[in-house]
Design a protein around this ligand. Sequence first.
Ligand code: GLU
Length: 304
Amino acid sequence: MPDFQSILRTIYNSATSQIEKGRVATYIPELAKIDINNFGICLKIVGGESFGVGSFNTPFSIQSISKVLALAKAIELVGESIWKRIDVEPSGHPFNQLALLEVENGIPRNPFINSGAIVIADILLSNLKDPKTDFLNFVRDLCGVDDINYNTSVALSEKHTGFKNYAAANLLKSFNNLENDVEDVLDFYFHQCSLEMTCSQLSNTFYFLANDGYCLKNKLRLTRSQVKRINALMLTCGFYDEAGEFAFEVGLPGKSGVGGGIVALLPNNFILTTWAPGLNKKGNSLLGMTALEQFTTNTKLSIF
Ligand code: GLU
């Protein structure tokens, strides 16, 4: 087996020596307070050990990475019927773009752009007894720990500035693609995005997607075919309008968030999570992309 700890260390040292670190997201005011110098990497091998460097045990705002977990919960609850309300095509546009939604009659392009994730939030609201608590318990259970929480200041901060998400939700409502009230759906969505987790916790939580649906506790969470679909969506739609670039550079399914996190995985092999809050122009973590590219290039471990 390669010496993963030393590979991660080398990548960490080379990425942190980069002068250009990108910019921390400021459109959610609470996120602007994060120190840009944070950088963590955690590698979890399927059926094996974990390796970490830097701030891999520091919780951060997972933001859009939560969309994968929300999708998994929605599939667990209602199965394939969700695809009547959301498409599975990359958008080629930023995550909060609205024009396509109007042209395509309120059917979001995929579950990882904001409008698609808002429909998923609506499905969870309709099918969970106590949505915020039940979703939190779902994530804690996948991860195997109890100390994962929402950051209510971040959720509130986004509520005050999330005008485009309000626009998207209202547009969805006008096309009859939301069952619940706009306020209730967005309250859930903002909390979902405000989840705070460490690189290490994310690698453990995403384990089931690299392990044919079996989570760390070896419990079957989704079928193999459902897992295949989620991984396919991460590959084609997981990086805003930079999904092609990520597949080209890194060659793994993955999902990023504006908090600077990226989770990527190689089915039946590993889950690799990075966190560096400085973002590139497309909203993906600059150092995270660099680190992931170096990892798959150096180890030759990718789906291609
Ligand atoms: N809560 C953020 C938003 O809706 C998530 C964005 C992201 O991480 O892509 O704008």
